[in-house]
Write a protein that binds this ligand. Structure first.
Ligand SMILES: [Zn+2]
Length: 564
């Protein structure tokens, strides 16, 4: 059964030219394409001379063209850099669209600023409407203690407010929301979450992990979901992304995406990691749209929480919280049952695991999964999402089991200000350690975890090659500046080629697509990103400011940034 399903997925990817309909992309070119000029970074050992042609969505050489070849020709500036299409191996499209529709709290320098932004939104909405926001991080504030809802509730008494922390593992509710959702001093939660309380025993409004489920703002309508997906797509294409591995997709969201695709409005190549609750969809096995634009072949589940909120499951105590080791990781038995269910249906499992205890549990569980008596984890390319804190002995197990650590370079630079405090210097050596994986020959797909981090892949490239955050004044700079000038983890700095490969070929491998995506080669699918300068030779700072000239998916120009 598995072989038959596989054939469906790796079968020919035919580009179906779609008519431009969506107002934000007026310049869609369909059919054949000819790019002239610029440098062509193939991602293999040799560059191509400056021309590349695309026929029926596939890459052909540009320097031996039949004169009768009928194509839309685009002349690129001499400095242009044509590269294999950038991928993000771990993002959340619907959440990105939601974030674009909500109060953006990323980079707030104080709780007062959070309140001010929420007040501004509330002023535009009738009383009683939910005010939703995301992205605050108390570690960036003068007072790094978790906030109390008091001041927020005083400023916004008539709207329920729910503001999710930057890592998605905690949220702050105001009084109105707490009342409406019946969260009181008597509310109880299980071991997987926490209701923070003040000295008087009253909820502070901060709910951690599983306790967050107590706050249930009304679900968005299908029309809102479609709008949000389209907004997320625009944002991805604008930043040069040709493909996103969308982590934790539910049936409703998938249906909206497939509908948009059928209507000719979905161009972004999308590799779907289903939510673990969608058991019927998982049991259907691998599946894709006829043109291969949307591929459903994976499942995303959680083994622990995040480091920032001390939810990551560690083998030893947090250095800054003696006696605490984070959430109890999902037991090995449960992970194994989930992994076996995926394997039985030919599906790839991608488990979120951040702490070293969670990573070990997942590796143990993966090692036990078999199909037809054979180990299945390597063949199904089981992944661990984030793989942030790894015990020394466990690095080599990724290689031996064929498990892929799917990592996000910007997590390193965002966590930099406090990761050392949480873990202490010794454990830090096994944290965000992508070069250790590279040295073992392990494939490391790169992504961003947007909207937890910026969707902009330039930030990830910069983080991977510098292990610095953007300095104050540079695009994407946080309140903490860039960190140590030589990098926070100088031993983990990657070469430009390695970093680019993480966002191209290695990401493609993470979705079983290295035979058709990830490099520029004859006959491969024409997913391309074109920048205004060579990302291999420009200065490190220019990695943050290089401009996307074109985004091409399946031979179609889906974003044109020239002249913008
Ligand atoms: Zn994520």
């Amino acid at each position: 059964m598995f072989a038959a399903l596989l054939a469906v997925v790796v079968g020919s990817v035919v580009c179906v030219p779609q008519q431009p309909q969506e107002p934000h992309h007026p310049k869609i070119a369909s059919g054949n394409l000819l790019l002239r000029g610029g440098r062509i970074h193939t991602g293999t050992n040799t560059d191509w001379p400056g021309a590349l042609s695309v026929e029926a969505g596939r890459i052909r050489r540009g320097d031996s063209l039949d004169p009768a070849f009928d194509a839309t020709a685009i002349d690129l500036p001499a400095d242009a850099f044509v590269m294999p299409g950038l991928q993000d191996a771990h993002g959340h499209l619907r959440l990105l669209g939601t974030a674009l529709a909500e109060v953006d709290l990323v980079g707030t320098a104080s709780f007062d600023e959070v309140i001010a932004r929420a007040v501004a939104k509330a002023a535009t909405q009738p009383a009683g409407t939910w005010i939703l926001g995301r992205g605050w991080d108390q570690n960036d504030w003068p007072d790094t203690a978790m906030p109390h809802h008091r001041a927020l509730s005083a400023a916004i008494p008539d709207h329920p407010v729910w503001l999710v922390r930057v890592d998605g593992h905690a949220g702050l509710a105001n009084q109105k929301a707490l009342q409406q959702e019946n969260v009181t001093r008597d509310s109880a939660v299980g071991a997987g979450g926490e209701i923070l309380r003040d000295a008087a025993g009253e909820p502070t409004g901060v709910l951690v992990d599983d306790a967050m489920a107590a706050i249930q703002p009304p679900a968005p309508t299908v029309a809102q979901i479609r709008e949000r997906l389209l907004a997320a797509q625009r944002e991805c294409l604008r930043h040069g992304l040709t493909c996103v591995h969308d982590a934790g997709v539910d049936a409703t969201t998938l249906q909206a995406m497939v509908d948009l695709h059928r209507e000719g409005k979905w161009w972004l190549r999308t590799y779907v990691l289903l939510a673990p609750t969608e058991r019927e969809l998982i049991a259907r096995g691998p599946w894709q749209t006829p043109d291969g634009r949307i591929v459903v072949r994976a499942v995303k589940a959680y083994a622990d929480g995040a480091l920032g909120s001390r939810g990551a499951a560690l083998l030893a105590d947090y250095a800054d919280a003696p006696g605490k080791r984070g959430l109890v990781p999902m037991p090995k038995g449960s992970v194994q049952v989930q992994a076996q269910f995926c394997a039985d249906h030919g599906m790839q499992l991608c488990m979120h695991a951040i702490g070293d205890a969670a990573n070990r549990t997942v590796l143990d569980a993966y090692a036990a999964v078999k199909t037809n008596g054979e180990p299945a984890a390597g063949r199904l390319r089981f992944r661990i999402e984030h793989a942030q804190v790894i015990a020394d002995a466990d690095f080599v197990r990724f290689r031996d089991l064929g498990v892929l650590p799917s990592m996000q370079p910007t997590h390193l630079t965002s966590d930099m200000p406090w990761a050392g405090q949480r873990l202490g210097p010794e454990r830090l050596a096994g944290t965000y350690a992508w070069t250790r994986f590279h040295r073992l020959g392990v494939i490391v797909p790169f992504g961003s975890d947007f909207p937890v981090e910026s969707v902009d892949p330039r930030r990830g490239l910069f983080a991977a090659v510098t292990t610095r955050a953007p300095a104050v004044g540079q695009p994407g700079a946080g309140p903490n500046g860039g960190g140590p000038p030589g990098g926070f983890r100088p031993d983990q700095r990657l070469s430009r080629e390695q970093a680019l490969r993480g966002f191209t070929l290695h990401a493609a491998y993470g979705m079983f697509a290295e035979d058709r995506l990830g490099t520029i080669e004859l006959g491969k699918v024409a997913d391309l990103t074109v920048f205004d300068r060579d990302l291999r030779t420009c200065s490190e700072d220019e990695l943050l400011t290089a401009k996307v000239l074109l985004t091409v998916v399946g031979g179609q120009v889906v974003y044109d940034g020239r002249g913008q």
